[in-house]
Design a protein around this ligand. Structure first.
Ligand code: DAH
Length: 343
């Protein structure tokens, strides 16, 4: 038994000191010390030995185990060192180059695609007389829900899984909170948009994120109708996509609008023929919107008998994904420079 141990020790030490890579080291470790390893197998048979043999073999195995672990660690450190040295050789940088006038092409920074689209949307709407408003990311129940005609216990609250703070506030689940703040600040008639970051307590996948970006829009004036809504949405889409985009309206339920709609656009990825992005339907849901509910106007101290309005909530991530054919929403927050460089 002890000879066998010595043989394992010798073979393993030799293999470890000549292992060419960290992966190789790991497979040696598994082969000798792993759950089904050679040394482990011996330790498992200890119970069958006589007491004094058991103590001798046990001690020796443990000693060899400790020794091999130490050799493994030290070889691993050496391999890591040489890997770092190689990387340094390949990726060295002469910090004096630029100042010496022999600089390589200078690569300027870029705006994140979400910032780019936000500024574009702001430009489109400000040119049509809209004001850009901001609001806090940590909101109160009142601005995020109650004043939008979503009272406590209303089932619509389930549509928006919410991050609550310990003091009873929340991370806003939509930029619609900004329209409430807008109504408080402005006297009708007015036109506002409110871009911003929103949060949902949600499992993430290719089309769901816990953090994403929306633009809220609201116009309040006399006799606003669905025709006004459609006009502004068509202008927006034409500017963003650089061409006329076919749209359709379907009824959609949101407590803060009546009637409410889902505005779909003709799928730009497949030109309406049917693809995975539009789930073979040829249409993509892009812009929920509607005419502002009288209760919401009342919360905003606006008389619904005199004034009416439309509102919409645009998902900016979705819009960019449509424009560039991006298939996974998680790219936006990945921080992956290869993704960001494309914009
Ligand atoms: N706030 C809604 C959401 O995040 C989107 C929305 C729907 C906004 C309809 C609106 C609207 O202004 O009229 O799901």
């Amino acid at each position: 038994m002890e000879q066998k141990l010595e043989a394992i020790r010798a073979a393993a030490t030799q293999a470890i000191s000549s292992a060419p890579s960290i992966d190789e080291l790991e497979s040696i470790r598994v082969k000798v010390l792993g759950r089904k390893g050679e040394l482990t197998a011996i330790l498992r048979t200890l119970g069958e030995l006589s007491p004094e043999e058991r103590s001798r073999v046990g001690q020796k195995s443990n000693q060899i185990k400790a020794e091999l672990e130490a050799v493994l660690e030290s070889r691993k450190a050496d391999l890591l060192d040489s890997r770092i040295n190689e990387t340094l050789k390949e990726e060295w940088l002469d910090v004096t180059l630029a100042s010496a006038g022999a600089s390589r092409a200078f690569e300027p920074g870029r705006l994140h695609p979400l910032s780019q689209i936000q500024y574009e949307i702001e430009n489109i709407f400000t040119s049509m007389g809209f004001t850009v408003l901001d609001g806090p990311e940590v909101e109160t129940d009142y601005y995020n829900f109650e004043a939008l005609n979503i009272p406590a216990h209303h089932p619509a609250r389930d549509m928006q899984d919410t991050f609550w703070t310990e003091d009873g506030n929340l991370l806003r689940t939509h930029t619609s909170a900004i329209q409430v703040r807008g109504m408080e600040r402005l006297k009708p008639p007015f036109r506002v948009i409110g871009p911003g970051r929103v949060f949902r307590y949600e499992a993430t996948d290719a089309s769901h994120e816990n953090t994403f970006y929306q633009v809220e829009g609201m116009m309040v004036d006399r006799d606003i109708s669905v025709a006004d809504l459609i006009y502004f949405m068509k202008v927006l889409l034409k500017e963003i996509f650089g061409r006329e985009v076919a749209i359709r309206l379907r009824p959609g339920y949101f407590p803060f609008v009546e009637p409410g709609f889902e505005l779909d656009i003709h799928c730009l990825i497949c030109d309406g023929k049917g693809c995975s992005v539009c789930k073979q339907s040829g249409w993509v849901e892009l812009l929920p919107c509607g005419l502002v509910h009288p209760n919401v106007l009342r919360y905003g101290k606006i008389d619904p008998d005199k004034w009416s309005g439309f509102a919409f909530g645009l998902g900016m991530n979705r819009l960019i994904m449509m424009r560039y054919g991006i298939n996974d929403i998680r790219h936006f927050q990945s921080g992956d420079i290869r993704f960001l460089r494309q914009f």
